[in-house]
Design a binder for this molecule. Structure first.
Ligand code: HEC
Length: 174
């Protein structure tokens, strides 16, 4: 210990010298390591992106009208858009009725959400008179996106009972 303390200044001198002698090598080594790390990270990120996109593509199935769209329309829209309450000349009880000609133009343009009033009215600012639903809270964004995707995929809407919607008040009478 005593010796170590005695030789302190010498050691420090060594340290200083070695410090001034080595930095280039060390910095280069550090740079190499950092560079290798960066490349490894990039490879890892690219690989994980590729994997997620493969999984995503494999798991992505078309929107199912009966399971995913019908509940939204039944819950939030058909109350004002049925054969008795035909607001905006729009009846959403069946596919045939929803696609019927209206003076104001088509409500659903399959494969073209940007031309489909059914989608557009959900994206209007809430203060707009045409923003839907006319009452109650807005449709959540993920559901609006689902409707958009459903239209983009061709707006499949089965005929018959499966695709038929009933307003709540009619349901409870039955
Ligand atoms: C409380 C009643 C009410 C509810 C609920 C409602 N609407 Fe409407 N809807 C209206 C009225 C009123 C109009 C007519 C507005 C107009 O012509 O300016 C209309 C018109 C529309 C139109 C036609 C717009 C046009 O320019 O021709 C679409 C499409 C529409 N609604 C979709 C929906 C959708 C989708 C839902 C559910 C998310 C919904 N509505 C819920 C009352 C309602």
């Amino acid at each position: 210990m005593m010796q170590a303390r005695a030789g302190r200044s010498n050691q420090e001198g060594d340290k200083m010298r070695s410090f001034s002698r080595k930095p280039r090598g060390d910095a280069f080594a550090q740079f190499k390591d950092a560079f290798a790390m960066k490349i490894q990270c990039q490879i890892a990120v690219a690989a994980s992106l590729a994997i997620t996109s493969i999984l995503h593509a494999a798991g992505e199935s078309p929107v199912d009208f009966v399971k995913q769209i019908k509940p939204i329309l039944a819950d939030r829209c058909v109350e004002c858009h049925n054969s008795e309450t035909l607001l905006g000349e729009l009846n959403l009880q069946t596919r045939a009725l929803a696609f019927r000609n209206r003076k104001a133009g088509p409500v659903i343009v399959p494969k073209n959400a940007e031309k489909s009033m059914l989608y557009l009215v959900l994206t209007l600012p809430p203060k707009d008179v045409k923003a839907m639903p006319a009452t109650g809270h807005r449709i959540p964004k993920d559901e609006v996106n689902l409707i958009r995707q459903w239209i983009t995929e061709g707006a499949n809407w089965p005929e018959g009972k499966e695709g038929a919607l009933m307003p709540e008040h009619k349901k409870s009478k039955k």
